[in-house]
Design a protein around this ligand. Sequence first.
Ligand SMILES: C[S@@+](CC[C@H](N)C(=O)[O-])C[C@H]1O[C@@H](n2cnc3c(N)ncnc32)[C@H](O)[C@@H]1O
Length: 387
Amino acid sequence: MKPRAGDVHLQWPGKKVRRPPEGVRFAVRLTEQGSSGSPGRLIAGDNLLVMAGLLDEGYAGRFTLIYLDPPYGTDSEFSLRRQGAAEVAYQDAWGEGGLRSYLGAIYRRLGLLRQLLAAEGTLYVHLDRRTCHYVQVLLDEVFGRECCQNVIVWRREVARGRKTSARYFGNNVEYLLCYTKSPRGGIWNPVKGEKVISREEAERRYRRDERGYFSTSHRGTYSDAALLNLAKEGRIHVTRGGEIRVEDGRLSTTRGTIRIKYYLEPRGEGFVKRYAVDNLWDDIRGIAEAGRERCGYPTQKPERLLERIIEASSRPGDLVGDFYAGSGTTGVVAARLGRPWVMADESSAAVAVCQSRLRQHGIPFTLEVARRLRRGRGGYTDGESCR
Ligand SMILES: C[S@@+](CC[C@H](N)C(=O)[O-])C[C@H]1O[C@@H](n2cnc3c(N)ncnc32)[C@H](O)[C@@H]1O
């Protein structure tokens, strides 16, 4: 993005746009056939190299969706148990540089991410309260403020145990910053939520007519013509016992006001209420409550979360990327939803967990290692692993 008058940017000593690494190649280590679909790419290595290598391979503009779940700047080390022993999963400590080093690392990657995104592409960056606001300012700088479509609040848990009596309000939410490459937006498939309610609750809280239980809402921005169509479908309710009148295509009532009916759908013994999902996501449980889905990787995200993101912002066949893959949730869900995928992680523990999870699900993949070739007089020579 070219800077414009009135823009506000975040500055720190040493902040600069650097050239991406050159001479990155991928070496295939193994290919797993899986049980269905075409293979995804799991790449071991620093995502800066991986993204530069993908751009070299011609991946610019090919990703419809990129989900990023980077370290949150917690200044800690995350570990897991594998084969009975404790192992470091990844470091989220930034040394003396602290927040500057953290933001520098993120900033260096944002330009590459933007290049990888398709014109109709969407980027989700998952963070918590510690760094979300800083990264949003960086995203505004690189993508443009008008490309920020949502700041989503995800309630990952409800306070339990000691948290219920802690000082200050419980920190139980995380944030997803949603930016599109174009200010006009990207691929968007509206997402509906569902709430199941009992017959007793329906009886208590809803109106009823011959067709079933319903709630009503104001006509909002519906035109008269649209309301006439809804009237034909029996979806108009007039308050105070009034009736609809139509004169010269214009709608009025004998008395009362026009409201639109929303019927509950019967399901089993109860009823389903559908609603448009907004930017407060409190219907997806955190991984602590995900049961069999848990694979032991610290900071693993629930599959339902990725399902919502992937279904909302891509179509079957669209390429999905995740360059902080961790346990590989994105690849598992993308494959299930019929989207090809590329994932990267620099941690050997993460790559091992990803592999076994992909195998367990019968998902075909290639495991590749990002290598940076040394620059010599005669060009690039001698493979040097980035790990
Ligand atoms: C919060 S975890 C991701 C968890 C993941 N969403 C899941 O569901 O399991 C962050 C991951 O980013 C990886 N990571 C951190 N810096 C990286 C870098 N520069 N390149 C590649 N991976 C990186 C870490 O190894 C860690 O696995």
